[in-house]
Design a protein. Structure first.
Length: 223
């Protein structure tokens, strides 16, 4: 008896799997009358996306990297100006130093400073890292070669100079320092930090102090 072929146009949203594990799209399946039992075809519903339509992992990672790069470039470009805004420009200075600035933000010139500040004067200027720093005028009206960081070593208060006591006296917890910034009364555990006060082209240049602390004979705790 002649064999009769039956062709099915199946829903493309199905995958048919034969007994031997082979998967084929349902639209390509032909059922033939008289097909043996061990060639039975089983169809399963799927999402309608064929395996060959899904990009492999390598391509997906490459696309993600390209997308990330495309988004990062304009972001970095926009943040650049803000970075320069928040980072103050450096004025230079020898040995990593910076010019001392007065309360108005002007450079301090040593000749003008000693004219307006008398002997034994201690007046604040803007120092390294923006810390308030005392310039010291000696009794002979020359500028001392060191400056004194005004930040208390106890809890960070700014310590005022008391000319009547000839000391730095912290108003927060009563710590006291002598006229060179050496601690003489607690609770502050350490002396005030030092900086070099150099002169370059008439300007006062503050430079980090990394040598022995001349007041204690010890290595500087702040460096």
């Amino acid at each position: 008896m002649a064999s009769t072929s039956l062709s099915l146009t199946a829903n493309p949203a199905k995958i048919c799997t034969g007994k031997n594990g082979t998967s084929v799209p349902s639209r390509t399946v032909n059922l033939v009358k008289g097909l043996k039992q061990d060639r039975k075809v089983v169809c399963m519903a799927t999402s309608g996306i064929l395996p060959e339509d899904v990009p492999d992992m390598g391509k997906r990672k490459l696309l993600n990297l390209l997308l990330l790069g495309a988004l990062s470039l304009p972001t970095v470009g926009m943040l650049g100006p803000y970075t320069y805004f928040f980072v103050p420009p450096s004025s230079g200075g020898s040995g990593g130093g910076i010019p001392a600035k007065d309360k108005l933000g002007n450079d301090v010139f040593v000749a003008d400073w000693v004219k307006t500040h008398g002997p034994n004067d201690r007046t604040l200027v803007q120092g390294l890292k923006g810390d308030p720093t005392y310039l010291v005028v000696e009794n002979d009206k020359t500028l001392a070669t060191f400056g004194i960081n005004a930040v208390c070593t106890h809890l960070g208060c700014v310590v005022p100079w008391n000319p009547n006591e000839n000391k730095f006296i912290c108003p927060c917890h009563g710590s006291q320092y002598n006229n060179q910034g050496r601690v003489v009364r607690g609770p502050a555990p350490l002396s005030l930090a030092l900086v070099h006060a150099d002169v370059d082209d008439g300007k006062v240049i503050l430079v980090p102090w990394v040598e022995t602390d001349f007041r204690t004979g010890e290595d500087p705790w702040w460096s």
